[in-house]
Design a protein around this ligand. Structure first.
Ligand code: ADP
Ligand code: MG
Length: 779
């Protein structure tokens, strides 16, 4: 026997003892009986047998039946019991960080051990696992990343891919890679888990893998649609705006690719019938004129409030789960509800929120029982639809929408819009009300609209830009990107794939022959959007790392500048204070972040955020991302050990501006000055507008001919979310392909560009840095 084997045997014995001790303890016994009451338990033997006998199986079952927390645990337990615990290595993927963290925490509690021991988790840039970890919950992105460097998943015995019904991009991608891996790893077991019943699709993809359904018990849930809700609550749709709340007209327009035309007409005809016809006509003509940008208040907060009041006054006890579209909505509604005499009374209502970026402490509260006579109301995104189960929910309020990115390949623009959910999602949301007793679901849209919903949501692979994905495919060395993606469950459009390839060539991650460049290899390693990765590398090379680090971290979390619906002006003014006439949202972000660090040292961070309309939570997230990115770049050998060296040129604003440009290119818009106004044009779209909260939206003129931006979003019109002004010289030197951008010819031109080289010693630096750059690019 090898030494390794002996160690594993010894470790297995230890695991067996620990497991037995826990199962015999009073707490362990109690936990076991709780776990045995879950529907999955009845199928345990059948499942273990099926997994032993088949390389791939598909499991479907009602949300909450115990798939995620129980099934991987059954394998771990049975292996441990038979004295082989240390020989198994189980990975279970989750579509979201927060579910990976919540589930691993739950499973380790169920096993009576601290997290990071046998059970661990790993999400982007964060994790808790140790050398004894044998069941790892991670995001699907993490597993993909691991596959880049470990193509055979050596040592892994079981892979669970969870929530596949959501059809997330990473899950679809994983399935292609795993399908290709299975013949090479005959001993590897793959278990796919799904909440809804389109399991056949996945089974067929794997050549008819067996499907096991876990029958679950849920109580009946009464479905109420808008017409019923209006009657019950006595709420009147008085103004057109409130019809607008359900924005039918808007959604049909923006979702044209997604909703078949026939269905669209059907919806519009039916809505006209179900709501007062004449007012609807007036409404639609008005709506067509005023299709301004979507704002968070169009969900109809007043109606939601009316429904909540109705439940609190008239209904039996039980928690309420409200499905909203996103964090902005949730926080606006929360503020509104808090000011309400009944709903805002903490002795009667416990108001909680559930979304991707919530704090762990809040996360725990969601699962807890509220005090007697206090009603728990949880405002949630569609995260609570399937990945998180709140047991005591009896009432569900469903606004019918989810914010998702759709991708318009023709314009190569992602659209972030709340769009109608599918019938499958609506049913799923409704089902959340029947976990403990019969429930009610208030769908805030007419029944006819529900009937016109698509059966299932479009897979993410078909509705998002494929830049990162294509880069990862390339680094998997599986040949042509197009060919690889054509093996997907539902392959994306060739145009979308071509756009991504063109983009990667443009930024210098792929060469003309579609081969990964050295830069591309670095970018594939970074857990970042490729263009942000490039900006970060450039920041390191050009020795202005710190501000760039903040910008990259900010762009990859979300904007810390808040824009409350009713205080837009004040918030805009607050943000403008950070702009210091440098015409850059990105530099405003750097200043805001640095101000926050100072305030934190003085102990006034809370007040600082409040006064300046900043989200403390987001700043905190930026802070921790900065640390992580810093670590990764240092690890990759791109940073000097001495922080001062890396920041030697951080004070040079033109240089920082140039590095921003090098990362964000080809996101550029030209500034067209008119007498009293400006307009902006991107390379492909023509006219674009600036987001209202952009510092550049506050000026009448901008002393730069170009704006670079990270994100343009289509919200009826195309908006630039963030921008930085850049000069011609910066664009020539830093725009475009990294390897082409800094050519010898350019160096000669430099002498003329004094705005860039205000400091004559800079030219010298530039030449040195160019050499460094060349070294980086040389294979
Ligand atoms: P599924 O994956 O089938 O949707 P889960 O395995 O996530 O189901 O959950 C099984 C049960 O465990 C559910 O009833 C759920 O409410 C409960 N549960 C999950 N996480 C927690 C937690 N953190 N605290 C208390 N109960 C939990
Ligand atoms: Mg689950």
């Amino acid at each position: 026997r090898s030494v390794m084997e002996k160690i594993l045997i010894r470790q297995s014995l230890r695991m067996q003892n620990m497991q037995r001790a826990w199962q015999e303890s009073p707490e362990g016994k109690q936990m076991l009986s709780l776990r045995r009451s879950l529907p999955a338990y009845k199928e345990k033997d059948k499942l273990l047998q099926a997994i032993a006998q088949n390389q791939v199986i598909v499991i479907s079952g009602e949300t909450g039946c115990g798939k995620t927390t129980q099934l991987p645990q059954y394998i771990l337990e049975s292996e441990t019991e038979s004295g082989r615990g240390a020989f198994c290595n189980i990975i279970c993927t989750q579509p979201r960080r927060i579910s990976a963290m919540a589930v691993s925490e739950r499973v380790s509690t169920e096993r009576g051990e601290p997290l990071g021991n046998t059970i661990g988790y790993k999400v982007r840039l964060e994790g808790m696992k140790g050398k004894n970890t044998h069941l790892l919950f991670c995001t699907s992105g993490i597993l993909l990343r691991r596959l880049l460097s470990d193509r055979n998943l050596n040592g892994v015995t079981h892979v669970f891919v969870d929530e596949i019904h959501e059809r997330g991009m990473n899950e679809d991608f994983l399935l292609i890679v795993l399908k290709e891996l299975l013949p090479r790893r005959r001993d590897l077991r793959l278990i796919l888990m799904s909440a809804t019943l389109n399991a056949e699709l996945f089974s067929n993809f794997f050549g008819g893998a067996p499907v096991i359904h876990i029958p679950g018990f849920t109580h009946p849930v009464r479905a109420l649609f808008l017409e019923d809700v209006l009657e019950i609550t006595g709420y009147k749709l008085t103004s057109f705006n409130q019809i607008d709340d359900y924005g039918q007209e808007k959604v049909w327009k923006t979702q044209k690719q997604l909703v078949p035309r026939k269905k669209k007409n059907q919806i519009s005809a039916l809505v006209e019938e179900s709501l007062n016809k004449s007012s609807f006509e007036k409404y639609s003509s008005r709506a067509r004129d005023s299709l301004s940008c979507w704002s968070p208040d169009c969900i109809g907060f007043n109606l939601i409030e009316a429904v909540l009041c109705h439940i609190c006054r008239k209904e039996r006890p039980g928690a309420v789960l409200v499905f909203m579209t996103g964090w902005e909505d949730i926080s606006c509604l929360r503020d509104q509800v808090k000011a309400h005499p009944l709903l805002g009374d903490p002795n009667r209502v416990l108001l909680l929120t559930c979304h991707g970026s919530m704090a762990t402490s809040e996360q725990k509260l969601i699962f807890e029982k509220p005090p007697l006579n206090v009603r728990k109301i949880v405002l949630a995104t569609n995260m609570a639809e399937a990945s998180i189960t709140i047991n005591d929910v009896v009432f569900v309020v469903d606004c019918g929408k989810a914010k998702e990115t759709t991708y318009d390949a023709l314009n190569n623009t992602p659209c972030l819009l709340p769009s109608w959910i599918s019938q499958a999602s609506a049913r799923q949301r409704r089902g959340r009300a029947g976990r403990v007793q019969p429930g009610e679901c208030y769908h805030l849209y007419p029944r006819c609209v529900y009937e016109a919903f698509a059966d299932y949501q479009l897979p993410e692979l078909l509705r998002t830009p494929l830049n990162s994905l294509c880069l990862q495919i390339k680094s998997l060395q599986v040949g042509s990107i197009g060919e690889f993606l054509s093996a997907a469950l539902q392959p994306p459009e060739p145009l979308a794939v071509q756009n991504a390839i063109d983009f990667l060539k443009m930024i210098g991650a792929l060469d003309e022959g579609e081969n990964l460049t050295h830069l591309g290899e670095f970018l594939a390693m970074l857990p970042l959007d490729p263009k942000l990765g490039k900006m970060l590398i450039m920041g390191a090379i050009f020795r202005c790392f710190d501000p760039i680090l903040t910008i990259v971290a900010g762009l990859s979390v979300r904007d810390p500048f808040l824009l409350p619906q009713d205080k837009k002006d004040l918030a805009g003014t607050a943000k403008a204070r950070y702009s210091a006439k440098d015409y850059s949202d990105h530099m405003a972000l750097v200043r805001a972040f640095e101000g926050w660090k100072d305030a934190e040292r003085e102990g006034s961070a809370y007040e600082y955020c409040w006064r300046n309309f900043l989200s403390a939570q987001t700043l905190q997230a930026i802070h921790s991302l900065r640390k992580q990115f810093n670590f990764i770049l240092r690890d990759a050998g791109l940073l000097d050990a001495d922080a001062a060296t890396n920041n030697r040129l951080s004070h040079n604003q033109s240089l920082v501006r140039a590095v921003i440009c090098s990362g964000l290119f080809p996101g550029i818009a030209s500034v067209v000055h008119r007498e009293t106004s400006m307009s902006f044009k991107t390379m492909d779209d023509g006219q674009v507008l600036l987001y209202a909260n952009s510092v550049n939206a506050r000026y009448q003129t901008i002393p730069y001919p170009w704006l670079v931006f990270a994100e343009k979003v289509k919200v009826n019109t195309v908006l630039l979310r963030d921008s930085t002004g850049v000069s011609d010289s910066i664009l020539i030197l830093f725009g475009g392909n990294l390897s082409h951008g800094v050519q010898a010819g350019h160096l000669k031109m430099l002498e003329g560009y004094i705005d860039f080289f205000m400091d004559p010693s800079m030219a010298e630096c530039y030449v040195k840095l160019k050499q460094e750059l060349d070294n980086l690019l040389q294979k």
